[in-house]
Design a protein around this ligand. Sequence first.
Ligand SMILES: O=C1O[C@H]([C@@H](O)CO)C(O)=C1O
Length: 540
Amino acid sequence: MHWSPDDQEGVVIAINGQFPGPTIRARAGDTLHLHLTNKLHTEGVVIHWHGIRQIGTPWADGTASISQCAINPGEAFVYRFKVDRAGTYFYHGHYGMQRSAGLYGSLIVDVGEGEKEKFEYDGELSILLSDWWHKGSREQEVDLSSKPMRWIGEPQTLLINGRGQFNCSLAAHFSNSTVAPCKLSGNEQYAPYILKVHPNKTYRLRIASSTALASLNLAIGNHKMRVVEADGNYVKPFTADNIDVYSGDSYSVLFRTDQSPSHNYWLSATVRGREPHTPPALAILNYLPTSPSHLPTSPPPTSPRWDDYPSSKAFSHQILSLPGSPTPPKTPHRRLILLNTQTYINGYTKWSINNISLTLPTTPYLGSIKYNITNAFDAKSPPDRAPPGYNVMRPAPNPNSTYGSGVYVLEFNSTVDVVLQNANALKDNVSEIHPWHLHGHDFWVVGYGEGEFKEGDAAGFNLRDPPYRNTAVIFPYGWTAVRFVADNPGVWAFHCHIEPHLHLGMGVVFAEGVERVRGIPNEAIACGLTGKMLMRNGTR
Ligand SMILES: O=C1O[C@H]([C@@H](O)CO)C(O)=C1O
């Protein structure tokens, strides 16, 4: 497939003229060859593929490590990887703030030839959720990197498959707010996305969130959902009126079209965890043969209040793996405790992990480790835990941190626990949601807790049916523990999926079995010191 991000039109990055980018659909076991030409005039492009583990491919894709060389304007690159299992995934830009500008699309992998899903359905629908600002991604980067920082604020619009409303509401007549009704003839950019269904069928709705900031809650008016998949893995099915979807998450839900077929219904997404200044995103569930322009006669579904954390926690705790799913090794070889804090460095606002704010080196980690280039990043590994006695309920007594680019070197095939410890941010009584995403692996989400993690809490970890996924949320003032096996040779990012938070340093880098990585393509290391090495060797 040929595939080219084009220049920003307004503030949206399109791929092959489409926004969001094209849906890439494959079958488990396929090897994809995606030819990417960067047609942006001034910016490099890096793409990350969610859920792709790439074990067994000829090389551990440099995209797995967020510091790979960007594909420069005018350059072309072939992404080659195997999609080894079915599931709902997506891809997105991983360079600067390009995700907030729209560089994303769906990646859907069907079960292999002759195989069956563990649930049945008559039809399938797919939505990719995102958020959108009127400011371009470059301006946002400058704002975030200024002293004092200028925060990007809440998005102007939430989008469902790239569609959303600004300054008008499709459901204005249901509320007493002063927002004007949207005048629809059908082709406006704010026309809603329409999900067409036939009555009395079971549909699989695939959902992924590529938001740059917003945590969302999704509901379909008058319809219950049955959650069956999370991040490409089966979960024990459960029924929900609404579901939380954090940035980086993907789900499949089943629902029955058992409502009156002479009406249409709203699908809505609302903001969670931050006081919303953005109206809900609305799409229309259109019961055929009713006309899609027949707006729903009932109001959009209600969702929990943005700060109703007990309901979000209850939802997360309900996600457990389907019996027969992989279970974690019983004991870890190593446990990292990563304290998440909002900090300052010389007056610049940052996010830090164990008091280090990640700054990516200009040379890709994969190449520098593989070829023993010792001065490309900090030789010292970051600490395995923050100093004891830190009060997570209060702003830090000393809010200053330092920059760092060091790597956690994990023993190949070892079992690693990571406890993500949330804390108070810079302001009193503020602690935010952070969805953490791991590249190149799935992890088991083995526990959640309130306040400070204590070693004794590990005795309560769920090792029986923890969900196996690649994104896990930490709630305000709480901790979340994940366990994974470091069995994928390469260098892998683990980071908050809120794009401005990563931009401000909220991430860490893991390296394992790099000596086993064979045949790194030149394009993946053609920058920084490895780029110079290739030039010296005459290979470039
Ligand atoms: O990183 C962030 O910065 C702001 C605020 O803390 C400072 O303006 C905010 O809400 C974030 O999530």
